[in-house]
Design a binder for this molecule. Structure first.
Ligand code: NDP
Length: 407
């Protein structure tokens, strides 16, 4: 019997997921793309048809409404829901999946619209409900979180008896030619990078000021880049699931121009998430800013350069200290050529499709709510090579570092 797949969200990532599911139509069967604005789904469906020959259905849905979601899931008879709307919709979509007994997957953890804070607590709290309904929820199946968790699981399985430190490195060396734009949803992106930093060491979380810790890392195939310590959600589950861990940090690259723009916008209050009164109307500054900034989906045809995202891991194998860097390099222009999206959307959408494929094929399947590193990494790693995200492993001297020490 053929599968039925429902994708929710028609932004940059939704576009890639729609293309990639269509390119794997044997697994995904009848595909429906639904979002708040149906015209965006129709435009994607038209491009998918033109490039792959596969027809996908489209629908309108308000994913903040469990009732609307339940109606849509029942109408489409979906076997799986791939949530690539915004993190604000995670809980409503999970609840609708539970009500319909349908499997669920997302790429970003729940965030409350009124509080710039994200954590797994409320999604993990649905584990029991998912078990009772005999369904699976796979959380964070993008690149980071997502592939980074799988890279750590792969390092654990093949290279280490004990992992002691992990540095997750996210480098985007792409240039879109705008003075300022974000590569994915501006609201989510700016909330993430303007928040306080946090890392985990010897059993406790250590908080830093936003952008307080800067290091220069030398990214293979890209070169040295300024990288800033941020809090990132995969650390929360990895701390729980990787034994012997002593420290985990996350670094992301930012250029001077991006940081200067962000600082100015923050100083004038444009990153605020509280409503302000403007000429008799209430507006939320960061939402208004989103209206002004280029749509991330429009960056695709203009972005040149590469991304390098990986995990730099140290630990012990057979009593000897060891270091590996497992990473993936994508080229913005090549991604656009294939699916009409730049590499940030591509590197998120492809792993979302792979996670869903492994679930539908029951190669990754366990009732309840799960994070990526809980599963055997090998099938996922094989699919990455097949589906457009080939990766590499650098085995380094025990005391090696990719960090460039500044004088
Ligand atoms: P976009 O803003 O481009 O797209 C979001 C889509 O969701 C839009 O089509 C939007 O509709 C739709 N949407 C928003 N609210 C609703 C709603 N209430 N009901 C129905 N549809 C809604 O975001 P991206 O495509 O860049 O990102 C998608 C997701 O991927 C986000 O959750 C993001 O955090 C995550 N992500 C994960 C990464 C990872 O590596 N794990 C990296 C990058 C992103 P409309 O068009 O009408 O606004």
């Amino acid at each position: 019997m053929s599968n039925k797949t429902l994708i929710i969200g028609a932004g940059g990532v939704g576009n890639v997921v729609a293309f990639k599911c269509a390119m794997n139509a044997d697994t995904f069967g009848e595909i429906t793309l639904a979002s708040r604005t149906k015209s965006k789904c129709d435009a994607i469906a038209e491009n998918v048809k033109a490039k792959t020959g596969v027809t996908i259905n489209t629908a309108q849905v308000d994913a903040d409404s469990v009732e609307e979601l339940v109606t849509l899931i029942r109408e489409t008879e979906a076997d799986i829901v791939i949530n690539v709307a915004l993190p604000y919709q995670d809980l409503t979509i999970m609840d609708a999946c539970a009500a319909c007994q349908v499997d669920y997957l997302d790429t970003a953890n729940y965030e409350h619209p009124d509080e710039a804070k994200f954590e797994y607590k409320e999604q993990w709290a649905r584990d029991q409900l998912f078990r009772e309904q005999h369904i699976m929820g796979l959380l964070g199946s993008g690149f980071d979180p997502g592939v980074t968790n799988v890279f750590v699981a792969y390092a654990q399985k093949h290279y280490f008896d004990e992992i002691h430190t992990i540095d997750i490195l996210d480098c985007n060396a792409g240039d879109h030619g705008y003075p300022f734009a974000t590569n994915f949803n501006p609201e989510i992106n700016l909330r993430e990078v303007s928040a306080k930093g946090r890392y985990w060491e010897n059993g406790e979380w250590i908080e830093t000021e936003p952008m307080e810790i800067k290091q220069v890392w030398d990214y293979p195939e890209v070169g040295p880049k300024d990288s800033y310590l941020l809090y990132h959600e995969e650390m929360e589950s990895l701390v729980k699931n990787i034994p012997h861990l002593k420290r985990i940090r996350f670094f992301m690259t930012f250029g001077e121009s991006y940081l200067t723009h962000m600082k100015v916008l923050e100083n004038v209050g444009m990153l605020g998430i509280e409503p302000v009164e403007h000429q008799g109307q209430k507006i939320i500054p960061i939402e208004f800013l989103k209206t002004l900034l280029p749509d991330p989906a429009s960056l695709g045809p203009r972005t040149k350069g590469k991304t390098n995202i990986g995990v730099f891991v140290k630990g012990i194998k057979n009593g000897e200290p060891k270091t590996v860097y497992i990473y993936q390099v994508s080229d913005h222009e090549k991604c656009y050529e294939e699916v009409m999206s730049q590499a940030v959307s591509y590197t998120t959408g492809v792993p979302a499709m792979i996670g869903a494929k492994l679930m539908l094929e029951k190669r990754w399947y366990e009732e309840g709510v799960h994070n990526m590193e809980e599963f055997d990494p090998d099938p996922f790693m094989e699919e990455l090579n097949i589906q457009g995200l080939p990766w590499k492993v650098m085995e380094l001297d025990a005391d090696a570092t990719l960090e460039v020490k500044e004088n």
